[in-house]
Design a protein around this ligand. Structure first.
Ligand code: NAD
Ligand code: DAU
Length: 366
């Protein structure tokens, strides 16, 4: 009988890279909370986006803490990566520079982590594959690359499918697409066991306040201006973080080697609609919204078909209404989490990204 038939996870020792960030920490929290014996090592560089507080629910629970380890290090450093991959049954790569606006300001870090970092992880998996073939370990590690719908570029109409052409348009999405192509090359050339997920815009507790929903929530709570790019009619498909993390776990267990799986939320909204919902629930006025200079190369719309993932047996569990309400309430109740993030490096970033934009902004029509 296989572990899947016994209802046990297929992989018992997971290396979760970028696991101190938003989605990776949700994955680690949710997997360890199942108390099914899975062990997780998080490897995280602790950039501005990595936060040990995201892992506090794990480290404060003795049973979960005993199955958890945090290693601070860079996925682009082979000396750090190799021994950790050697101990893992599977590697789930969440580590990335993840913010489009920062990629426009400073693209280089994106190439280092989102491309070279992926290469270092793949090489370490390849070494373990060779060791498995020589009988030095039971099987080679499975590699899951967490990617994004942004690799398809702006989708004016219809829905992206997994075999569509990749047409990334920002330094961030170009770096993520390059990471994907490397993964695919290792499957084809070396027969590595690897799968890919392409998630849509994710929201939920513990998201860094640089992203639209937490930025606007935390600014609105403090009665600060909300910088809406351009006409605010760009469309995104919103996915609750626990569903994104759950879908990744499902693809890890059931995905077919060499395949990519779209993970959509099924909740397409304009940015204006999102802002209206946030302000309504917080009881704050639309007059906080400022129309500011647009993001260069701004993708107008993302939309994907998730039918391939559905055929693999995954269904999202959280409705948009419930997920957004939970997120708004979490940020309203957890200013002790986000206030420290909005200081220091944040202030430099904020004035670089928004200073001139807000100075030249106008009142946004409702
Ligand atoms: P995040 O920015 O919140 O977290 C990224 C984490 O990676 C941080 O903890 C950071 O410290 C760590 N990290 C960065 N560089 C590293 C390096 N060189 N070595 C080790 N750790 C490093 O990002 P997120 O929103 O949680 O996104 C996670 C993954 O999901 C990314 O790969 C991203 O491209 C992808 N994704 C995100 C979304 C979204 O809407 N947030 C949607 C689809 C896909
Ligand atoms: O689609 C998946 C992607 O979603 C992930 O791969 C990225 O890691 C993640 O950051 C996110 O990218 P976006 O660029 O779509 O997310 P962001 O929150 O930055 O912006 C969402 C929309 O809101 C986008 O149309 C730009 C707009 N926006 C954003 C910010 C930060 C504003 O109008 N004003 C803002 O200040």
């Amino acid at each position: 009988m296989t572990s899947a038939q016994r209802g046990q996870p297929r992989f018992e020792r997971l290396l979760v890279t970028g696991g101190a960030g938003f989605i990776g920490s949700c994955f680690a929290r949710d997997v360890l909370a199942r108390r099914d014996g899975t062990h997780i090592t998080v490897l995280d560089k602790m950039t501005y986006a990595g936060n040990p507080a995201n892992l506090a629910p794990i480290t404060s629970d003795p049973e979960q803490a005993a199955r958890f380890r945090l290693v601070v290090g860079d996925i682009a450093d082979p000396a750090v990566v190799a021994p950790l991959v050697a101990q893992a049954d599977a590697v789930i790569n969440f580590a990335a520079e993840s913010h489009v606006d920062r990629s426009i300001l400073d693209p280089e870090a994106f190439l280092r982590t989102d491309v070279l970092g992926v290469h270092v992880l793949l090489e370490a998996c390849r070494v373990e594959q060779t060791r498995a073939a020589a009988g030095h370990r039971e099987r080679s590690p499975r590699f899951l690359q967490v990617s994004t719908d942004e690799v398809y570029g702006s989708v004016e109409t219809g829905e992206s499918r997994e075999d569509d052409r990749l047409e990334p348009r920002s330094p961030y999405s170009a770096a993520k697409a390059a990471g994907e192509l490397l993964v695919n090359s290792y499957v084809v050339t070396y027969g590595l066991d690897a799968v890919l997920t392409r998630g849509s815009n994710t929201y939920g507790p513990y998201q860094h306040p640089e992203k639209l929903i937490p930025l606007f929530l935390t600014n609105a709570i403090g009665d600060q201006q909300l910088p809406l790019y351009g006409d605010g009619l760009q469309r995104r498909d919103w996915l609750y973080v626990a569903d994104h993390a759950g879908a990744i776990g499902h693809v890890l267990e059931h995905g077919v080697t060499g395949q990519a799986y779209n993970v959509g939320g099924g909740n397409e909204r304009t940015n204006r609609e999102i802002v209206t919902l946030l302000l309504d629930r917080l009881g704050k006025p639309w007059s906080l919204v400022r129309q500011v200079e647009d993001r260069p190369g701004h993708d107008r719309r993302y939309a994907m078909s998730s039918s391939k993932l559905a055929a693999l047996g995954w269904q999202n569990k959280v409705t948009f209404e419930a997920g957004l309400a939970a997120t708004i309430d979490w940020f309203a109740a957890n200013d002790a989490w986000w206030r420290p993030i909005k200081s220091g490096e944040w202030e430099t970033y904020y004035s670089r990204q928004y200073g001139a934009r807000l100075a030249g902004s106008s009142k946004a029509s409702q």
